[in-house]
Structures are given as structure tokens and as C-alpha cells.
Design a binder for this molecule. Structure first.
Ligand code: NI
Length: 211
């Protein structure tokens, strides 16, 4: 009986995740057959204006980075696994891009503004790459930029050994990497786990197509 319940909840979870992916892709206006092996999508309607604060406490907007390519990743500093891996890959991608990397501003936008203050972000981003810019804001500002980029995120309370709510929380979130052009428009979407080599090649391709 317990096994049946477990399988049922697993199936429900799978269906929910599948439904979310479909909603996400439709919502992003991405054409599903437009996803190349490198995980790049030619979809539109992703991104837009934002108002946030950088890791030095300076207020910034999308206009601050106008004229440069943006590589945008959403996560949070206490993330146990996916964020650190993706940020390491992002740093390795910039290295692979060599001189072209100066045309890109890599942005790490926190989905946990309550804990991720500018100071926390400053300490965290430099663990990965000095070029990485950490962005935070009010909960409303963060919710707005996440919505503009079609980022899924949800606060989940920690559980103790008995499954009861414990102190603290984690943030479930989608882990795509977004490439935005110097005009601020969406140029590509990369799945988590895309290798730095693939990322660098795809970015270079987009850059030469644009110039
Ligand atoms: Ni994460």
C-alpha cells in the first residue's frame, strides 16, 4: 500500500514537472523545435527592464549594462549544489571566450533577497569569478525580474528527520542560463549542465551573427 502511494506521488510529481516545462516553453514564446543540441532557443519575450542593487550596494538597471552582452543566471548563495556548479561553468565559459569575454557582463541574480544582501553577494561572487556581478533587490524587484525572465522559484521550508517543518528554508528554482544581446534582447537559453565548451561556441556564434 505504501509503495502504491509512493508511486502515485512520484507520478504526480513527474506530471507536474512536465506540465511546468510545457507552460514555461509556451509562456516564453520559444518554439520547441528551435532548441539546438547546445540548448539554445531562439524564443522571444524573455527579459526586459529591471531595477536591482549590485554587490557594492549601487542601484542598477538593465540600462547600466546596455551595449554589452549579458549572461544571466538566477539562484541563491546558500544553494547546495546546482548554483555553485553553474557558476563554475560560467566562469570557465568566460575563460574559453578569452578576449571576447570583455564584451559580456555575467550577472548572478539572487532569488533569496532576504538573506542575499549586497555584502553576502560580494563575498560569494568572488569565490567564483571577479568578473561576476551579483544582483539583489527588494523582494518585489526580484520577483519582477524573475517573472520577466520566466524563472520559476519557490521558498521551501526545511524539514527535520520526522518530516516536520524545521527552521530555515531553501529556494527551489529553475536553472537556465540566459544570453541577452547588447540591445537587451533575448539571444539564447542554455540548459543546466551545458558544458563551458558548448556555451562558449554558442555565444561566439551569436556574437558573430550580430556583428
Ligand atoms: Ni541553485
Amino acid at each position: 500500500m505504501l509503495r502504491i502511494i509512493r508511486w502515485t506521488s512520484l507520478s504526480i510529481a513527474v506530471v507536474l514537472v512536465a506540465a511546468w516545462v510545457v507552460v514555461w516553453l509556451t509562456g516564453a514564446g520559444a518554439q520547441r523545435n528551435d532548441l539546438s543540441p547546445a540548448g539554445v532557443s531562439g524564443g522571444v519575450g524573455v527579459g526586459g527592464p529591471f531595477s536591482l542593487t549590485d554587490q557594492s550596494g549601487r542601484p542598477v538597471t538593465d540600462q547600466t549594462y546596455s551595449g554589452r552582452w549579458m549572461l544571466v543566471y538566477f539562484g541563491y548563495t546558500s544553494c547546495p549544489d546546482v548554483c555553485p556548479t553553474e557558476l563554475q561553468d560560467l566562469s570557465a565559459t568566460l575563460d574559453k571566450l578569452g578576449p571576447d569575454s570583455v564584451r559580456i557582463v555575467p550577472l548572478f541574480v539572487t532569488l533569496d533577497p532576504q538573506r542575499d544582501t549586497p555584502g553576502v553577494l560580494a563575498d560569494y561572487t568572488k569565490l567564483f569569478d571577479d568578473r561576476l556581478v551579483g544582483l539583489t533587490g527588494t523582494p518585489d524587484q526580484v520577483a519582477a525580474v524573475a517573472a520577466a525572465y520566466r524563472v520559476y522559484f519557490a521558498k521551501v521550508a526545511n524539514k527535520d528527520a520526522n518530516g516536520k517543518e524545521a527552521s530555515g528554508y531553501q529556494v527551489d528554482h529553475s536553472s537556465f542560463l540566459y544570453l541577452m544581446g547588447p540591445d537587451g534582447r533575448f539571444r539564447g537559453l542554455f540548459r543546466p549542465g551545458t558544458s563551458p565548451q558548448e556555451l562558449a561556441e554558442a555565444i561566439r556564434e551569436r556574437m558573430s551573427a550580430a556583428s
